[in-house]
Design a protein around this ligand. Structure first.
Ligand code: F6P
Length: 327
C-alpha cells in the first residue's frame, strides 16, 4: 500500500538527544531523494500550533551530522495536550500543505502523535530519540549511546580524584524512570553498587555493602544512582550514609544535563541515519501509525499500540553481572 504524500513535516520533541540532528538530516535527504518536499517544524508541537515551519533542503542539513542538540529545537508542549491546541496544529499543517509527519522524540511525543493521528488521520511515523533508552520496540534509542559514553567518561574522571583522596562518591545519572543509563554506567564505570528503579534494594542492604568495603580496606568507591532510584537521590543516600560511616570521606556528583549534550557517537549517527531513511520509506509505503525500531540490527516498524504504555525493560543479566563484578 502506497501513501500519496508530497510534503513531510519533521520535528523534534521532548528532551533533546545527541543524534537528533543526524536523524533530521537523514529524513530531509531521503525525502528529497524520493522527490518529496520537507518542512522543519520548530520547537516541536508548540511550533506546529504557532505555524512555525521552515522549508528544508539538502544543504540546510549540511554540517549537522556531528552536532549535538537539535537544529529544530525542542519542547514539551502543554498546549498540544488540549484538543484545541491539536486542532490549531492540524489547521496550520493543512494551510501549509504538509500532509505527513515524522516525529523524533520519546514516549510523550509518541503519545501526542498517536492521539493526533487518530483524530486527524495524518500519516505519521516516529523515530525514538531519547537518552533514556526506555522505549519498547527498539533495542536502542538515538542518544543513549552518546549519553552513556559521556557519563562513563565523567565517572572515569571522578574515579581519579576519588582514589587520590580515598573518597566515596555517589554519582547520579539521568534516565527518568528507567535504569538503562544507570546499569550501563555502573558496569562500565566499575561502581561498587548501582541503584536503579527496577531493582529492589533497601538502604540497609546498600549501606551494608559499603560497610563491607570499608572493613576490607576499600579506600575509595563509586556508587551510581539512577535518578529514578526508589530509595533516594544521590544526595539523600550520601547524607544518610554519612550519619553512620566514619571511614569514608563522602562526595556527591549529579551529572545532570551534561549527559544530553555533545557530539553524537558513530553508533548514534548510524542509528539516526538508518531510522531517518526508514521513517521516510515507511511513510511512502503506507506504514503510518508506527514507530521505527532496531531489533537485532534490523529495522522494524512497531504499531503505536504496541509501544505506547509499554517500556523497554533492562536486561536482568546486566544486573546479575554488575553484582558479580562489584565485590
Ligand atoms: O528524557 C530525557 C531526560 O533527560 C531524562 O533522563 C530526565 O529525567 C529528563 O529528560 C529531564 O528533563 P528536563 O530537561 O525537562 O529537565
Amino acid at each position: 500500500m502506497e501513501n500519496n504524500i508530497s510534503k513531510i513535516g519533521v520535528f523534534t520533541s521532548g528532551g533533546d538527544a545527541p543524534g537528533m540532528n543526524a536523524a533530521i538530516r537523514a529524513v530531509v535527504r531521503s525525502a528529497i531523494y524520493y522527490k518529496k518536499e520537507v518542512f522543519g517544524v520548530m520547537l516541536g508541537y508548540d511550533g506546529m500550533i504557532a505555524g512555525d515551519f521552515v522549508k528544508l533542503g539538502a544543504r540546510s542539513v549540511g554540517n549537522i551530522i556531528q552536532r549535538g542538540g537539535t537544529i529544530l529545537k525542542s519542547a514539551r508542549s502543554e498546549q498540544f495536550r488540549t484538543k484545541e491546541g491539536r486542532k490549531k496544529a492540524f489547521e496550520n499543517l493543512k494551510k501549509n500543505g504538509i500532509d505527513s509527519l515524522v516525529a523524533i522524540g520519546g514516549d510523550g511525543t509518541f503519545t501526542g502523535l498517536k492521539i493526533f493521528f487518530e483524530e486527524f488521520g495524518i500519516p505519521s511515523v516516529c523515530i525514538p530519540g531519547t537518552i533514556d533508552n526506555d522505549i519498547a520496540g527498539t533495542d536502542y534509542t538515538i542518544g543513549f549511546d552518546t549519553a552513556t559514553n559521556t557519563a562513563v567518561e565523567a565517572i572515569d574522571k571522578i574515579r581519579d580524584t576519588a582514589i587520590s583522596h580515598n573518597r566515596l562518591f555517589f554519582i547520579e545519572v539521568m534516565g527518568r524512570h528507567s535504569g538503562y543509563i544507570g546499569i550501563n554506567c555502573g558496569i562500565a564505570g566499575g561502581a561498587v553498587a548501582t541503584i536503579i528503579p527496577e531493582e529492589d534494594i533497601t538502604i540497609e542492604q546498600l549501606f551494608d555493602k559499603l560497610d563491607e568495603g570499608g572493613k576490607t580496606n576499600k579506600k575509595s568507591s563509586l556508587v551510581v544512582v539512577a535518578e529514578g532510584s526508589k530509595i533516594g537521590s544521590a544526595m539523600d543516600l550520601a547524607k544518610k550514609f554519612s550519619e553512620r560511616n566514619n571511614y569514608f570521606d563522602i562526595k556527591v556528583t549529579i551529572l545532570g544535563h551534561l549527559q544530553r549534550g555533545g557530539t553524537p557517537t558513530c553508533f548514534d549517527r548510524m542509528l539516526a541515519s538508518k531510522m531517518g531513511v526508514a521513517a521516510v520509506e515507511g511513510l511512502i509505503h503506507g506504514k503510518s501509525g508506527t514507530m521505527i525500531g532496531i531489533r537485532s540490527n534490523q529495522i522494524v516498524y512497531n504499531s503505536f499500540e504496541t509501544i505506547i504504555h509499554s517500556k523497554h525493560d533492562i536486561d536482568p543479566e546486566d544486573v546479575r553481572i554488575s553484582k558479580i563484578l562489584s565485590i
